[in-house]
Ligand binder design. Sequence first.
Ligand SMILES: *[C@@H]1O[C@H](CO)[C@@H](O)[C@H](O)[C@H]1NC(C)=O
Ligand SMILES: *[C@@H]1O[C@H](CO)[C@@H](O)[C@H](O)[C@H]1NC(C)=O
Ligand SMILES: *[C@@H]1O[C@H](CO)[C@@H](O)[C@H](O)[C@H]1NC(C)=O
Length: 487
Amino acid sequence: MRRLCRVGLAAVLVTALCVLTLVDLPPQLPEPPLDPPPTPGEPPETRSIVAYSWARRLALDYRNSKDCDGNGSSRMTSDGHSTKWLETIPGQLFLYSAHLDIRVAAYPSVRVIGVKRGLLQTSPLFCTIWYEEDGRMLSLTVDALISDIWLEEWGGTTTDGYIGILATCSFPSSKSIEPISIYVGPIPCYEDPSHSLVIPSIDKINPTIRRQFTLCIKGLDFEDDVSEKLIAFVELHRILGASFFHFYVFDVHANVLKVLSLYERSNVVRWHNLTLPGDLPNDKEGRRMLFEKDVWIKRRMELIPYNHCLYENLHKSEFVVPIDMDETIVPLRRKHWSQLLLDERIKLGKSFKDYASYAVRNAYFFPEIQKKNGSLKNGMQNVDYLDSIRTSIISPEGDSIKSFVSTKRTLTVHNHYALSTLNPAVKRTHHFNSKDVLKHHHRVCDEQHLDCDLLMEDVRVDNSALRYADELGARMKIALSNLEKIE
Ligand SMILES: *[C@@H]1O[C@H](CO)[C@@H](O)[C@H](O)[C@H]1NC(C)=O
Ligand SMILES: *[C@@H]1O[C@H](CO)[C@@H](O)[C@H](O)[C@H]1NC(C)=O
Ligand SMILES: *[C@@H]1O[C@H](CO)[C@@H](O)[C@H](O)[C@H]1NC(C)=O
């Protein structure tokens, strides 16, 4: 027992050191707390003990399910919901998507991503899971465990604000049931399966397609035709190691949709239309105005597609990488992400698995400081991903980082790193050495959040992205000619 405590104490100290550096800018977010977010229904004093034992935590979190009455005669009347939000408490609870999670074999569950508004007075919440047995549709009900996809310490929340949630609905592993659809709301044994979310079936989760890196790109919202930039983004990241991309779309130029559809056909991209829940605006102008005025709601709503992307890829990809279209993760000593990760795995040894995400530090490649490189041909000098002048200052650890997020060890994800971990003893994030890899950030300097004069005072040449110029040029040429063919 004493040894266990010592190990636990060490883990807490390391976590403390690790999370103290996780400061998010802009806007400035205070340090995340030392403990993972508490689970509702768990007395606070047990938290520190439970954190040492995952098995204990799982057992504490487990809720018995109960079979619902009804003869299970009715087949599903609808194939459920797809892109629209499913409202289960009027004005207060909106469900986005449902995913089977069999990472812990003894505790299978369905994870439901949604958004709550305000404090959700109606508690507890219940899950109703429909499944098929001998050709009949049956259902069971279980308490929902709700965790916020946000940390209270980050503030920006009001009593009627919208916050993302992850609802966990466990079902008995003894029954070999295959969940078909789910409802999470105030009513146990909910009776209307047409008002439910479809759970992608386990057959569709093909274990033979196991990718290493999948990119998650949050709600695109561009007035301009950025289709060529999008092609450069996809092709450069394919060279770096990404094999699949999830794009979420608010509003883009028709040509951008054409590019997404082209890549979708060759099974490189999946894209999703994105809307906001409840009474949030879904017209272009209204939404843009809201996000400009209220950066907190923008931040919180971004976490919905990122977590959807994580759960879509739980059993398909080793890592997901939430990233923006003005960013690239460029290794320095190596050319490919897989080599970069392998090096880190060797360097960290066994402790590699003690982290849920692997963070890359940020360096600004402001367009204001670039000198166009005459030796780049065929329009490649206009591809800003190849820019080679950056600020000498590298953003501190935790600031504007982007991460390779392990789908094995992450419970919820934030745009910079794993927000909560599946096993509470696993730490959120490990930082790569900035001599091994940098995240290149190609954006105009923002005086409101950055000291632009100071940053631009000292700049240096960084040619690391230029190594990809020839291959990128060749790939872009092919993609552009394919695009012309479908026009
Ligand atoms: C339930 O279904 C079984 C056959 O599947 C049938 O024998 C039984 O009468 C049904 N019960 C009710 C209440 O409908
Ligand atoms: C997104 O919405 C548009 C317009 O309603 C539609 O044409 C398109 O097929 C949708 N795309 C996806 C991937 O659902
Ligand atoms: C221009 O690009 C070439 C490779 O195409 C590279 O060798 C050279 O260093 C670059 N010059 C600058 C100033 O970045």
